[in-house]
Design a binder for this molecule. Structure first.
Ligand code: CO
Ligand code: CO
Ligand code: CO
Length: 316
């Protein structure tokens, strides 16, 4: 459906909708460009304050994924009037706490009636137009670094079904609540040019799109991809969100599965809420980048390489 929206161009629009990037980028002058994105989600956990904070972290993630610094945000809220208004206050409080932590300002917003609550933000940031991180910015022979474990979609589905272990639930919440700010700083310090955040389309969908836009092949070593606790066991019990199955179906033409099972293909397709960044670095910079990320508490890993070749997601 997104493909039917006429793509618009403008001399100052440096990144628009055609490349599937995380945010739009608009040049102000030679040194400054505005970055603009909007995102909102349905509840992923029961606690309204925690949900609000996760939604805000998820919204600002697209700013970091472009290598930008957030300036200010507008709240986007769908709220069911039958729910207590104190809970809405908690949601907004959670979002505001994230804004304070990340150093941006919540400058307003808009609320509509909605039977199913939704919360997120439209965020505006600033970037050096010469240092934008894009889907098309991967280069051949780079190491690929992922900064959060996969399995969020599986675990949040298990939470809703009441079958998640305490350990898995806590790990998923901690991961979704983690800002991608210092991960983006590590990517920029390593002179990365290709970066995205792994969200609704899963690792296969987002990294596959980067392979297409960068015109190269990504080779992923499944054994090195970090996973949240219980992810494999839950898939084997059939706890798989519909979005994850749709991601696999939509991107199967990009996937070289090398005989991997359906379970393994679902792992790399899992729809993430507030997932980590994935970016490419020169192999000489990998160790230092991993040390920097680990020091900031990121559960990061080198998950594979980029290679010259027709665009594909080569799962090893
Ligand atoms: Co994104
Ligand atoms: Co987004
Ligand atoms: Co980006």
């Amino acid at each position: 459906m997104l493909g039917r929206i006429p793509s618009t161009t403008h001399p100052e629009l440096l990144v628009g909708s055609a490349s599937g990037d995380d945010a739009a980028v608009w040049r102000l002058d030679d040194k400054r460009a505005l970055v603009s994105t909007a995102d909102f989600i349905t509840p992923v956990v029961d606690d309204p304050r925690v949900w609000g904070s996760i939604a805000a972290v998820n919204s600002v993630s697209d700013i970091y994924a472009m290598g930008a610094t957030p300036l200010f945000a507008l709240n986007l809220v769908g709220w069911n009037r039958e729910l207590p208004s104190e809970a809405l206050g908690e949601v907004l409080l959670g979002g505001g706490e994230v804004a304070t932590e990340a150093g941006f300002v919540v400058a307003g917003g808009h609320t509509i009636d909605d039977p199913e609550p939704k919360y997120g933000m439209a965020v505006t940031g600033l970037v050096d137009p010469n240092r934008i991180l894009t889907n098309a910015g991967l280069l051949p022979e780079q190491d690929l670094i992922l900064t959060k474990p996969l399995g969020i979609g599986i675990i949040t589905t298990a939470i809703k079904a009441g079958v998640a272990s305490r350990e898995a639930e806590q790990a998923a919440i901690e991961s979704m609540r983690r800002l991608n700010r210092s991960a983006a700083e590590a990517a920029l310090a390593a002179d990365a040019t290709g970066c995205t955040d792994v969200t609704g389309f899963g690792l296969l969908g987002h990294l596959g799109r980067m392979a297409v836009e960068s015109n190269l092949r990504v080779r992923i070593e499944l054994d090195s991809v970090p996973l949240l606790p219980d992810t494999i066991a839950l898939i084997e019990e059939g706890i798989v969100p519909g979005g994850t199955r749709r991601n696999l179906a939509a991107n199967e033409q990009l996937l070289i599965s090398n005989g991997h099972s359906e379970r393994d293909k679902l792992i790399v397709s899992d729809a993430q809420t507030s997932g980590g960044l994935v970016f490419g670095v020169d192999p000489h910079a990998t160790d230092e980048t991993m040390v920097q990320l680990s020091a900031q508490g990121h559960r990061c890993a080198r998950i594979g390489r980029t290679e010259v070749g027709d665009p594909a997601f080569d799962l090893r």
